[in-house]
Design a protein around this ligand. Structure first.
Ligand SMILES: C[S@@+](CC[C@H](N)C(=O)[O-])C[C@H]1O[C@@H](n2cnc3c(N)ncnc32)[C@H](O)[C@@H]1O
Length: 197
């Protein structure tokens, strides 16, 4: 059986995406850290009029999802190997993303490793810049400590407003969320809307 590394330090994956172009005439939905890609593929299937993009720092996961995608005829999905923050810096125009999904980001528990987390103050500033007004940021985790840290960061950014969203009951399922549920772990989810320019 092929061994899949469970962690990659995203700070070591810094290649740029200067040649990637995205369509301008469809809703643009981006998932950072898609892992096995279950959510990404289902979202693309269920929303054929959206353009759905996934970025994943672990190369092997990208290769595995590419294999799955070959068995489908989806023409509204693109996946890339790399660091989600670098991708956001290089590719989407400002005010262009409709939905930004980050499900079960790695918690990196040690304080000295917090800079490896996907959701940092710098990332949130960039996400705000790239989301459309009324664009949404979706966050889930089963790690209470991480959820509290993220909630604190977002409280200091009034341009992101927490909202109730039926998405979590109707459309949300990832590889990680399934296992988390099976293990009876708590689930912490929140949608934020970008409410100011
Ligand atoms: C715990 S897994 C969750 C996978 C998936 N979202 C799910 O819920 O099943 C976190 C994933 O995020 C990826 N990741 C971590 N930091 C990243 C970054 N800066 N950019 C892109 N992917 C990242 C990891 O490689 C890993 O696959």
């Amino acid at each position: 059986m092929r061994r899949v590394r469970t962690h990659t330090n995203p700070l070591n994956i810094i290649h740029r995406f200067k040649d990637v172009k995205l369509p301008q005439n469809q809703d643009l939905d981006i998932e950072i850290g898609f892992g096995k890609g279950d959510f990404l593929m289902n979202w693309a299937k269920n929303n054929p009029d959206h353009y759905v993009v996934g970025i994943e720092v672990r190369k092997q996961m990208v290769v595995l999802l590419e294999e799955d995608l070959k068995k489908n005829t989806l023409n509204n999905i693109a996946i890339y190997h790399g660091n989600g923050q670098v991708f956001l810096e290089d590719v989407p125009l400002d005010n262009s993303i409709d939905r930004l999904f980050i499900f079960h980001p790695d918690p990196w528990f040690k304080s000295k490793h917090h800079k490896r987390r996907v959701i940092t103050p710098a990332f949130l500033t960039l996400a705000h810049q790239k989301l459309k007004c009324n664009g949404k940021l979706y966050i889930s985790t089963d790690v209470k400590l991480l959820f509290d840290d993220i909630t604190d960061l977002l409280k200091s950014m009034p341009a992101f407003e927490p909202i109730h969203d039926s998405f979590w009951e109707t459309a949300y399922q990832t590889h990680w969320s399934k296992f988390s549920k099976k293990d009876n772990r708590d689930s912490f989810v929140q949608t934020y809307i970008k409410n100011k320019q």
